[in-house]
Design a protein around this ligand. Structure first.
Ligand code: ZN
Ligand code: ZN
Length: 401
């Protein structure tokens, strides 16, 4: 008897491990403490909490500290157990956590690091720098030893996020206009390397992969772009898999997977170990590049041909300008980042094989409006924090392994 193959449906889903509840307002940021059953969170309710897992299996705060203003962001350095917290009033405060995570001592404050809400803070151990971005349209950096402000750079809009490459001392600053600025930092000055723009909405998240030297940017325009920085070819790969703002990005280098979270509660795990293609530039034409019918703004040709103009559309695969009739088909193009169906022209539609249509991402529902996430590579745990005041811990090993 011939062997029968019974394909099993894929059941690789993140497993919900714990729910941490008790915050009085949005949990703006939280991280998993490496090697410990602990979580550190900062909230709009002005608290910093260190949650440890108790014998009951539940997480309870072992540290509960109230600040003068809502806590907008944080950075935790496990080696030094240094916690840097950015506040809504522009201050960055630093604390040192005890070895057992039951106590927290105040270390120093960078008063007026910003004139407005701090959007991201990042501690660089190698340089003893505290980098931060704020709604005052500034990127600033401070010396963590002396507490002195070393420099600042004014961005064209609210600075919303940053990433840092230790090796080249490049900082990537995202802003609300949709621009990313690359700066090279010296001890007390900085120079602009380049700026780039690919999003139509504000930059909401940045993630740097120092091995492949790629930068991922997430935006309120629902898309993610992977920028090839190291290759210097200026390639930009688009990833379309969210129906709402992209809120947070994490990269798992060992499996080459990118994890993205959206305001729609979606957790998308992208396989970046495939050869992806750039999306084409949209071509401009006065008439359909297939049937030659004029578009409605091409009055001269319309007059000459005595034909009424048509609306211009673009095939997402070849980028050609087409009329609706010549581009009536829809398809996913996963290797171009289109995990949802998009408009394609008839000839491109024919050229896309079933193999080409194999998804390169998996989609999961976190069932809350995620504002931030953190991925613990060593255990494969994902933390999502939401504006529902809840922190969720997920075992991602069924998906990311
Ligand atoms: Zn046409
Ligand atoms: Zn086409």
């Amino acid at each position: 008897m011939a062997a029968q193959i019974n394909p099993k449906p894929l059941t690789r889903k993140p497993v919900l491990l714990s729910k941490l509840e008790g915050s009085q307002d949005v949990v703006n940021m939280a991280v998993i403490v490496p090697k410990e059953d602990g979580v550190i969170s900062v909230s709009e309710d002005r608290t910093i909490r260190v949650w440890m897992k108790r014998d009951s299996g539940q997480y309870w705060p072992s540290v509960y500290h109230s600040m003068a203003a809502p806590c907008s962001c944080m950075s935790f350095n496990p080696e030094t157990r240094r916690l840097s917290v950015g506040l809504d009033n522009g201050t960055v405060s630093e604390f040192i956590l005890s070895e057992d995570y039951n106590k927290m001592a105040s270390a120093k404050s960078y008063l007026a690091a910003h004139q407005n809400r701090v959007t991201l803070v990042f501690f660089v151990l190698e340089m003893e720098w505290v980098l931060s971005t704020g709604q005052d349209k500034y990127f600033t950096w401070h010396c963590a030893e002396s507490g002195r402000r070393l420099g600042g750079y004014k961005t064209i809009a609210w600075a919303s996020c940053l990433q840092f490459d230790v090796e080249t001392r490049h900082v990537f600053v995202g802003d609300c206009s949709g621009q990313v600025t690359i700066l090279r930092l010296e001890q007390d000055n900085c120079s602009v390397v380049t700026t780039f723009r690919g999003h139509t909405g504000s930059i909401t998240a940045l993630c740097w992969d120092p091995w492949q030297r790629s930068l991922f940017s997430g935006s309120s325009d629902h898309s993610i772009i992977m920028w090839d920085i190291g290759g210097r070819k200026g390639t930009a790969i688009e990833l379309q898999g969210h129906n709402d703002k992209v809120q947070s990005l994490c990269y798992a280098p060992h499996t080459r997977q990118l994890i993205s979270c959206g305001a729609d509660g979606g957790i998308v795990v992208w396989n970046m170990d495939v050869k992806r293609q750039e999306t084409p530039e949209w071509l401009d034409s006065d008439s359909c590049q297939k049937c030659d019918q004029p578009f409605f703004w091409n009055f001269k040709q319309m007059w000459d041909n005595k034909k009424i103009g048509l609306r211009q559309h673009h095939c997402r695969k070849c980028g050609k300008a087409m009329c609706g009739k010549c581009s009536s088909k829809r398809s996913t193009i996963p290797l171009m980042g289109f995990e949802f169906e998009v408009r394609v022209c008839d000839s491109c539609c024919e050229s896309i094989t079933d193999e080409d249509r194999a998804p390169t991402a998996t989609f999961h529902d976190s069932k809350h409006h995620v504002v931030h996430m953190h991925f613990d590579i060593t255990r494969g745990w994902l933390l999502t924090s939401g504006n529902d005041r809840v922190i969720k811990l997920w075992d991602m090993t069924p998906v990311v392994s």
